[in-house]
Structures are given as C-alpha cells and as structure tokens.
Design a protein around this ligand. Structure first.
Ligand code: PHE
Length: 373
C-alpha cells in the first residue's frame, strides 16, 4: 500500500524518531524501483514537490502541527528526513545517469569492427635494416650506444685532442651547464656514431666486426640535404693483419649489394683524426650511370652534380692512437689493425630512391611515407 504521511497524535521524542525512520525507509524502498527517467521524475515529484510533496506534508503535519514543547524535537526529525530524502534522490539520479551513458557507450557486437591499419617501416628504418643486413651477411654483429655522449667518447678517445680544429667541423650541440666538469666528462649530443667504436672495444676483445646504426646531431639548419638530426651507420673491423685491401673489398661489395652490381667504387684521400690513412668513398652515380648527363636530351645530372660520382661515406684504417685508449682490452696497436667507416644512412636512401628533400623523412607526411611501404 502506498505511503501517506501519518498525522501524529504522540509528539514524544520516541514517536517522532519512529515516524521519521519509517518515512526514510519508505523513500529508500521507492528509490529502488526507479527504472526509467519517467520513474525518476515521478519519484522526485512525489517527495520534493513544493506543493503537496511528502516533505512539504511532513513539514506541515509534524512541525507546524506540533505542540510548542515538542517543536524543537519535531524540527530535528523533520530535518533528518529532508536530508536523508535529498540524499536518496541524489543517488537515484546518479544511478540513472550512469546507466544511460553506459547504454550509449555499449558496443553493438553485430557491427563490423574498426580496422586499424598496420603501419609500415619508415624509410629511415628500412635503409638501416637494408644496410645492416648487408654486413650481417658478412659476419658483422650490431652494436649501439647512447645519443647523449661525453666529450671523451665523441672526441678525445677518437684522437681529437682538446682544441683541435677538427672538432669545429662537427658543429657539436653541447648540453648546457657542463662547464664545471672536466672537459672529457662534459655531455653533448653525439655528432657521429664513431664513439661506439670505443665503447665496443672497451667491452669486446679483438677480433671484432660490428656495425653501429644510430641517430646523430649536428648544429646544421634543416634544408634539402641537411638536418640537425640524422642517421649514420658505422662499421668497425679489428683483427691481426687487417689491411686497406680488406677495407676496399668490403666496401666495394657492400656498395654493389646496396646499389646494384654495376656500381663502381672509388676512394679519395681524406682526413679524420681517428683513421690513418683516411678516405672518402665515391660510387658511380646510379642515376646517370657515371656520365653526368641524363635522358635523351642530355640534361645535367643533379645528384652527382654532373661529375658522375657520388660521395657516400668516410673511412680509413683505425689510427694507432685510438687503439692506445683501449690497449688494455687487447688492442695493442703493434698487434692489431683495423678499418672503420661511417655513412649517413638517410643520405643513402635519398640517393637510392631519388628523393630530393631530406626533410621529407622527418615531417611524417603519410603521402610521402606510403610510397616506400
Ligand atoms: N665519423 C665520421 C663522420 O661522421 C665518418 C667516419 C667514420 C670516418 C669512420 C672514418 C671512419 O664524418
């Protein structure tokens, strides 16, 4: 039977308490049968409506109708009921809200699923993998090192003495606030992957054959062929009796594997503090085939600047001064020799796929990237 507010004849504290308790219990029970928004509205109106809602009735019958000496007690009880009812209605509203949003978010399992396209290898990763696998087939393993490097590994142990002008050529981004440290401990962003030569030789005794892919930084403003961040792949082979002939044979093979068997290689003398002798490796331009001209109208070939040759890497025989830094791990310069090389892998990709702007690699434009996936 539906609840109606009883008129009180007994205004004792106990009777008031009983009446209030019963009223709250009824409200609580009714809230449990709220099933819809319409139910909720009816429930709220029944209890809260200013005109003739249960709370108003209680106010009128229990408080206003109370004899003077019971007013205080009646006020407290009526207030209890008001608070409790407000609370119950609040909760009922919350539950309705949660239910309705849950129903909105519910998944219709009969709908087809959302297809998430799998990404593809980024060109930067693709070339790295290609180059690394050429050397893996020659028995090389892969080593890596930190991008934030110390002056010691990036320069000193690679035979760049402090204040040597060769340091300037690297346009090094230095980490701020390092001035109080001794020079060799100061941090910088590595300008080449060569520091990992030293790090690897500290850990592994000769003979070693490793390739080192990684990110490097130089303070070069971005343009079609420069980027403050780019990628290199370093190589290092150390054993007894490694000769410049091994260097030439290895790199000639690698270039043919990367660019095609008709490519010719050509070494020109160069300088790096950590190799002696040093060389730059050129390959015949695979765009114009070495002629410097393109197409039937003999247009000038851009990638090789009409020379027919493209520079792809720096290399040389490991300088004995470098071995001195890792002598204690078996690299006695009198007993071992080795060669090293380092190439810009983004550049290799640029050349291979005739991309004319290095920035395209780093802008994340899917239309560009898709062409190589
Ligand atoms: N580290 C050199 C550079 O970044 C390349 C290089 C590596 C040269 C190994 C010789 C040997 O220019």
């Amino acid at each position: 039977m539906a609840y109606t507010v009883p008129k009180l004849t007994d205004y004792s504290a106990a009777a008031l308490e009983r009446a209030a308790g019963e009223c709250i219990a009824v409200c609580s029970r009714e809230s449990a049968s709220v099933r819809s928004d319409a139910d909720l509205k009816a429930f709220r109106d029944r209890w809260m409506a200013r005109k003739n809602g249960i709370l108003t009735q209680i106010n009128d019958l229990w408080l206003k109708g109370a004899p003077k000496e019971a007013k205080r007690e009646a006020g407290i009880r009526v207030n209890d009921v008001k608070m409790a009812v407000a609370d119950i209605i609040d909760k009922a509203e919350h539950i309705r809200l949660e239910l309705s949003t849950a129903i909105g978010d519910a998944v219709d399992i009969s709908l087809p699923g959302v297809r998430r396209p799998i990404g593809a290898e980024h060109p930067v990763v693709k070339t790295r993998n290609e180059i690394v696998s050429v050397f893996e087939r020659l028995g090389y393993s892969v080593a890596e090192g930190p991008v934030v490097e110390t002056d010691y590994y990036n320069f000193e142990a690679l035979n760049f003495p402090p204040n040597h002008p060769a340091r300037d050529a690297q346009d090094t981004p230095f980490i701020a606030g390092q001035q109080l440290k001794p020079q060799r401990e100061r941090l910088l962003l590595r300008t080449h992957t060569s520091p990992v030569q030293i790090r690897t030789m500290e850990k592994m005794r000769p003979p070693i054959r490793i390739v080192i892919p990684g990110t490097v930084h130089r303070n070069d403003p971005p343009d079609a062929s420069h980027s403050p961040m780019f990628h290199q792949i370093e190589g290092l082979a150390v054993d007894t009796n490694i000769t410049f002939g091994d260097l030439k044979g290895t790199l000639d093979h690698a270039m043919k594997a990367l660019f095609g068997s008709s490519v010719k290689t050509h070494f020109r003398p160069s300088f790096f503090p950590f190799t002696e002798p040093s060389a730059e490796l050129y390959v015949t331009c695979f765009i114009c085939g070495g002629s410097g001209k393109r197409g039937t109208d003999n247009a000038p070939c851009r990638p090789c600047k009409q020379t027919g040759w493209i520079e792809v890497l720096g290399c040389g025989m490991v300088d004995p001064n470098v071995f001195e830094f890792v002598k204690d791990n078996g690299y006695d310069p009198k007993k071992v020799s080795g060669f090293a090389f380092g190439m810009g892998s983004d550049l290799i990709f640029l050349l291979k796929y005739e991309v004319d702007d290095l920035q395209l690699f780093f802008q994340g434009d899917v239309r560009f990237l898709q062409q190589f996936s």
